[in-house]
Design a protein around this ligand. Sequence first.
Ligand code: BES
Ligand code: MN
Ligand code: ZN
Length: 484
Amino acid sequence: MKYSSKPGKLEALRTDCLVLPLASARRAARRLGMADYLKSATVDFKDQPGNVQLVALPAGPKPRRLLIVGSGGQAVSGDDFRKLINAVGGMLKQAPFKDAVLDLHSIKVTGSDAYRKTRIALSALSGHLYWYDEMKSRVEPSNRIARIGVHADGPAATAIRRAVRHAQALDAGLALARDLGNTPPNVCNPTYLARSARRLGSADNVTVRVIDERQIEKLGMGAFMSVTRGSATPGKLIIVEYRGGKAKDAPVVLIGKGITFDTGGISLKPGAGMDEMKFDMCGAASVLGATRSAIDAKLPINLVTILAAAENMPSGIASRPGDIVTSLSGQTVEILNTDAEGRLVLCDALTYAERYKPKAVVDVATLTGAIIIALGSPASGLFSNDDALAQSLLDAGEFIRDRAWRMPIWDDYQEQLKSNFADMANIGGRQAGSITAACFLSRFAKQFPWAHLDVAASAFSSGANKGASGRPVPLLFEYLLSQA
Ligand code: BES
Ligand code: MN
Ligand code: ZN
């Protein structure tokens, strides 16, 4: 989506569709000499958040249509604003025209200034106005929304222009994350992720390195290798370094789980719904997406992004339940279930991150089915060894409405990871599966403030709306903005 800010008089804007609340539409119609026309066209309109009505205007005026949004004519709550914007998004997704302009000035939202209102609106619209038809042999004649303007006038104009810039950067990162997530697993393998990351390397201050299996083995990443060994498509550690800050500033490190297909390995998953395990690289896709956003927004920060990319397959050389491997940290792990593979690739990436002396490390992973049961999709699961970092991430999610909820990683849970034969097991039994997974990771994150986001429920949808959501790119980008 192409976003822009639009100065000038509302009713003079040349657009396919002006999106505005009823009261504002009435004012505009009066100035256009169409008050009566609008009145009769909207007799049945109920002015409430969630309702929208498209009104085509007779030839003449520059806006060709009005999309009337219900707001009740007064200040709306944050929740009602989302409802209202989602109704706009639903309508624009179906719309057979190319561009629209939003008038957000005349919608007051309690607790949001012009900047936040614009950010939330455009972030929600980015969510709606996305299509993935790369793999369709025939794409319908495209007369789709491609440009959205935001009316920026008066004292709020500067804030709106800034919000539009940030929204544009976020949109690009979200689209990248979703495209990667939706790309089928026979195409989107670790090599494909590496190629996609390399594309970021053409921007200023960005370098991309790809570490192959030979080097991964040589480095001593026995946990990572135990996952990738069974697959015919080689695993990769993909590293994007962005230097937008001062040379001496410690970087933020983002780490993403990039299992491009998770069969479970020898601990094979049941067949039904297994196709959705192509989404098991959404953690990697989201950190790469957030990195794209940070680069586009030219944030003055240092950022290192590590994708732990591998495929989890059963084969004659795949790891077995009972195998013991030595991680990069030197700690040994008994693999009791080869389907708990995410933590195995992530633990070595966490240890690798130590070399950057980071100010914070955030890993993102579709790590456990248990987080779907615990939180569902409204919130990603947040785990952290640092209260300040946890709070920054929670605040970032709250601000842009891509929320997380903090879960405990108390020592009481660590006991479940005990192994009779190695330093730890890779699973912790039936209870508190997301927490024991996070406890496992915490053992490799002792050298820095660390947080883990379990996005198994929030990163993609199943069923009729099957597809990658791009979450938690909005949360991550907001966090990076707060560090700038
Ligand atoms: N990738 C899965 C987790 C997952 C499940 C993500 C459903 C998205 C939707 C992960 O690798 C996995 O298999 N986890 C196991 C862990 C168990 C073996 C301890 C799980 O959650 O069942
Ligand atoms: Mn698994
Ligand atoms: Zn997995």
